[in-house]
Design a protein around this ligand. Structure first.
Ligand code: NDP
Ligand code: GDR
Length: 370
């Protein structure tokens, strides 16, 4: 039985990847951070009681900022594959926590590679590094591929640039099977609540159910190449199954404005939204509403701009060219953007119907707008 070790197992991708690897018959080990509250909601459905026999799912306390625990866990687990997904992954927040982001997203990657090397496991263990389309940042004007040069535009992207190159360097210097997946944005019902797609689908559900009036967003002019996380974790696995270690761009090849994602998400509940005004005065207003389950008033302002969501340096457009992955890995996404939006909006409607019931019975339900 193959063994996989996943850092960032409690995150969006970690949860889907763990599920996929368990289905494929792997023994799955994950590193979770100590937290003052439970932080395993995304993986609770695959949790196995360690007191049972034949357990295939194991969690270890650890942190990418701590070399000693990384070395100990890798030594204990002896993984065939390591997926390094752990990161401070929020671009806007990386401007507030630049040094911590460098420690975890940059040096954290080195800690994994160096642990495998020091433990003499370079022939046994394959390593996947979660690289990102944010590496392209300021490179605009054409689709971005494995050959496009990088121009990071945030402390997050700069830290990930180090992670990218140290992975390439260890592959070349020590002949390690270490690969970068350069993944473009991928979303799902498990997406963190403060990334723009999930923030929008949560707001659409809450506005439709009468729990919230409007949502405040930042730059609506940005364009992103959005796929479904379920498709993207499949690509991660494929990258580690090749004969030779290589880096791959994973993307859909389509890009969409944030504004259009908002419209698509409202359309899922039968609400048509139009945008008017410019810059910080832009607003999204309901022009028609056809579903009696979501009675939103025509003329209601449902989107407003709050400058605090703007970034000091923005990445205006991301558009990936996944040709190499489609030909060499035979990877093909199953979800298009419409199916992704549907999945997210319907999951959030189901989630917030519970809050609606609580509010109706007199309980105060808090919502954080970040
Ligand atoms: P999430 O933010 O959902 O998950 C990040 C995970 O990393 C969580 O499990 C988090 O733990 C963990 N983590 C954070 N800090 C540390 C630390 N110091 N030590 C150990 N673990 C830590 O991210 P995603 O699942 O969306 O992304 C997975 C990876 O892929 C990340 O590296 C991200 O940067 C990268 N990426 C993501 C893309 C996307 O569109 N989703 C695109 C390209 C790259 P906790 O739950 O305790 O916070
Ligand atoms: P991104 O994702 O920065 O691309 O990083 P995010 O969803 O945060 O932003 C996408 C774009 O939307 C604009 N935007 C807003 N963003 C947020 N979070 N909140 C808002 O209110 C808002 N309004 C507009 C942003 O300015 C940006 O242009 C994600 C993360 O998963 C990274 O870890 C990963 O590496 C990249 O995707 C690929």
């Amino acid at each position: 039985m193959k063994k996989a070790l996943i850092t960032g197992i409690t995150g969006q991708d970690g949860a889907y990847l763990a599920e996929l690897l368990l289905e494929k018959g792997y023994e799955v080990h994950g590193i979770k951070r100590r937290s003052s509250m439970f932080n395993t909601q995304r993986i609770d459905h695959i949790y196995e009681d360690p007191h049972e026999t034949n357990v295939r799912f194991h969690l270890h306390y650890g942190d990418l900022a701590d070399s000693t625990n990384i070395i100990r866990i890798i030594q204990e687990v002896q993984p065939d594959e390591i997926y390094n997904l752990g990161a401070m992954s929020h671009v806007r927040v990386s401007f507030d926590e630049p040094e911590y982001t460098a420690q975890v997203d940059g040096i954290g990657t080195l800690r994994i590679l160096e642990a495998v090397r020091l433990l003499g496991m370079t022939d046994k263990t394959r390593i996947y590094q979660a690289s990102t389309s944010e590496l392209y940042g300021g490179v605009q004007g054409h689709a971005q591929s494995e050959l496009t040069p990088f121009y990071p535009r945030s402390p997050y992207a700069v830290a990930k640039l180090y992670g990218y190159w140290i992975t390439v360097n260890y592959r070349e210097a020590y002949n390690m099977y270490a690969c970068n997946g350069i993944l473009f944005n991928h979303e799902s019902p498990l997406r963190g609540e403060t990334f723009v797609t999930r923030k929008i689908t949560r707001a659409v559900a809450r506005i439709g159910l009468g729990l919230q009036d409007k949502v405040f967003l930042g730059n609506l002019d940005a364009q992103r190449d959005w796929g479904h996380a379920k498709d993207y974790v499949e690509a991660m696995w494929l990258i580690l199954q090749q004969e030779k270690p290589e880096d791959f761009v994973i993307a859909t090849g389509q890009t969409t404005h944030i504004r259009d994602f908002v419209k698509m998400a409202f359309a899922e509940i039968g609400v048509e939204v139009a945008f008017e005004g410019e810059g910080v005065n832009e607003r999204g207003v309901v022009v028609s509403s056809s579903n009696p389950d979501f009675p939103v008033a025509v003329g209601q302002e449902v989107v407003a701009i709050d400058e605090r969501y703007f970034r000091p340096t923005e990445v205006d457009l991301l558009l990936g060219d996944p040709t190499k992955a489609m030909t060499k890995l035979n990877w093909k996404p199953k979800y298009d953007l419409k199916a992704l939006v549907q999945d997210m909006v319907h999951a959030d409607v189901a989630l917030f119907r519970k809050d609606q019931l609580l509010e109706k019975s007199g309980h105060r339900v808090l919502n954080y707008f970040e």
